[in-house]
Design a protein. Structure first.
Length: 268
């Protein structure tokens, strides 16, 4: 599958800014099943490219001088081949144990520990982890605007509502509760006939099975293995470490944000 993607992010301000600095994780990862055919990022200011601690190709964007808008456009085409039951082929120097450490956004509380005990057996296999995704989808209804980027896994479970980010955080918190390595994935998806956004988040979870030891990618929101309709941007411990855009500013008054993502699939 070839995915043609255009992602436009526009920040507007009611008063001029004098300084903006943002970390961009807007370049798709190069992985055995995912090949970047073309990609371009357009921004004002100056960008410095680097690779972060998780192997994500990133940019540090700095804008100086008076400005009241920041427009970021990332676009291109990515070729993605199907995965066998979500299994990833990856060579990494990072131990999976790096992804057993709870974070503020994906930390299990008493309710999550109880939920995890019911749905995640010790040494869980892929089909059991897929069943966990189904349980999360059933208990946390997909509802845009129910939560914010600062909402935690515990918030999502308590509210019973959330979006893909919340589904991913709750899944990771359950894995943390049971000592299973899990990591957050940000990216894009061809949503097909669903009403879900084309900017997406899901998880990778570490499994030890008879015929496979490694990462399995699971789309919690759709309760299925990730496949060639998913384009991977970045991995991290949670949203904070894999967000497409994060930054700070000086000045600017009130901020408004507009995001438009378009994903067009083409069979190859």
């Amino acid at each position: 599958m070839q995915l043609t993607i255009r992602h436009e992010t526009v920040y507007r301000y009611t008063a001029p800014l004098t300084y903006t600095i943002q970390q961009l994780r807007l370049s798709p990862r190069s992985e055995p099943h995912q090949r970047v055919l073309s990609w371009h990022i357009s921004t004002p200011g100056r960008r410095n490219e680097f690779v972060d601690a998780y192997g994500n190709l990133s940019h540090m964007l700095t804008i100086t001088g008076m400005h009241d808008e920041v427009r970021i456009i990332a676009s291109g085409t990515v070729s993605v081949t199907p995965l066998d039951r979500g299994r990833l082929i990856e060579i990494s120097s990072l131990s999976p144990l790096v992804f057993t450490v709870p974070t503020r956004l994906a930390e299990p509380n008493e309710a999550i520990h109880a939920f995890a005990r019911r749905h995640v057996p010790s040494g869980a296999r892929s089909n059991e982890l897929l069943a966990l995704a189904e349980a999360i989808r059933d208990i946390v209804a997909y509802r845009t605007g129910a939560t914010a980027v600062t909402s935690t896994a515990a918030d999502a479970l308590r509210l019973g509502e959330g979006v893909c980010q919340d589904h991913a955080h709750l899944f990771l918190a359950c894995c943390h509760a049971q000592g299973i390595p899990g990591r957050y994935v940000s990216g894009y998806i061809d949503p097909g006939t669903t009403a879900h956004a084309e900017s997406h988040a899901w998880v990778d979870v570490w499994v030890e099975e008879v015929d496979f030891s490694g990462w399995v990618s699971i789309d919690v929101t759709h309760a299925r293995f990730a496949n060639d309709s998913h384009c991977r941007l970045a991995i991290g411990r949670d949203y904070d470490s894999a967000a497409p855009v994060r930054g700070v500013r000086h000045g600017g008054g009130t901020e408004s944000l507009s995001v438009q993502v378009d994903v067009s699939p083409n069979q190859i």
